[in-house]
Design a protein around this ligand. Structure first.
Ligand code: HEC
Length: 200
């Protein structure tokens, strides 16, 4: 019995030392051009899916996500902040997107894969180690409006997307910041996104 325990301890130590040696050797390739190993991809995907589900479990979607005014606010946010990485109907992804690993997915089916609370949580908190930013400097209302838009996105035509963007501009819901719009938390006053919208 004692030799069995000793063997397990030694084996554990060898694994830990081997891991450390691997880490310090620099063999692991962190470059964005190198694809993940299947095992790394599995670990990351599983952690991501389980984490999003667990962390959004207590969030409740507010009523009225189907409201046209909300969707207009959402489309303005999406066009201003998200299409550059994710693209939109008729809008190709921007060049910042092409070098990212993982690639920002097309969001046409995001609302089929994720519930509204899950989408809200992803938008608010971002996803570590992926390039998906947290949008915590946006008000919850604005984030729910973006979720409302994402729920309308499956099957949306290029023409309908164009019309929605135009409508958001003419209704004054287009997304604008009076201060520099570099948009990351900590760079500007935290309350700057609390402006009342829409002007209806
Ligand atoms: C700098 C690029 C970038 C920007 C800007 C960006 N995202 Fe992302 N987003 C990503 C990446 C990369 C992923 C993939 C993360 C992963 O693979 O786990 C992602 C993932 C997502 C997902 C999860 C998709 C899924 O099917 O699981 C949603 C939803 C999302 N983004 C919404 C948004 C919204 C809404 C905005 C704007 C408020 C936005 N993103 C802005 C890079 C970006």
């Amino acid at each position: 019995m004692r030799t069995a325990i000793a063997s397990i301890l030694v084996a554990g130590l060898v694994v830990i030392l081997g891991g450390l040696a691997f880490l310090y050797s620099g063999i692991y390739d962190v470059s964005a051009t190198a694809p993940h190993w299947p095992v790394t991809r599995w670990v990351l995907e599983t952690a991501r899916t389980r984490s999003i589900k667990a962390h959004s479990a207590s969030i409740e979607a507010p009523p009225g996500l189907d409201d046209g005014a909300k969707i207009l606010i959402g489309v303005a946010h999406f066009a201003a902040h998200c299409a550059v990485c994710h693209g939109a109907p008729g809008v190709p992804k921007g060049d910042i997107s092409t070098g990212l690993n993982p690639q920002p997915p097309d969001l046409a089916h995001a609302s089929i894969r994720h519930t509204a609370p899950e989408l809200f949580w992803i938008l608010k908190h971002g996803i570590k180690m992926t390039g998906m930013p947290a949008w915590r400097d946006h008000s919850d209302d604005e984030l729910w409006a973006t979720v409302a838009f994402l729920q309308k996105l499956p099957g949306m035509s290029e023409e309908d997307y164009g019309k929605l963007v135009m409508a958001s501009m003419t209704q004054g819901t287009s997304h604008h910041h009076s201060d520099s719009d570099q948009g990351r938390p900590g760079q500007t006053a935290p309350e700057r996104h609390q402006h009342p919208e829409p002007e209806d």
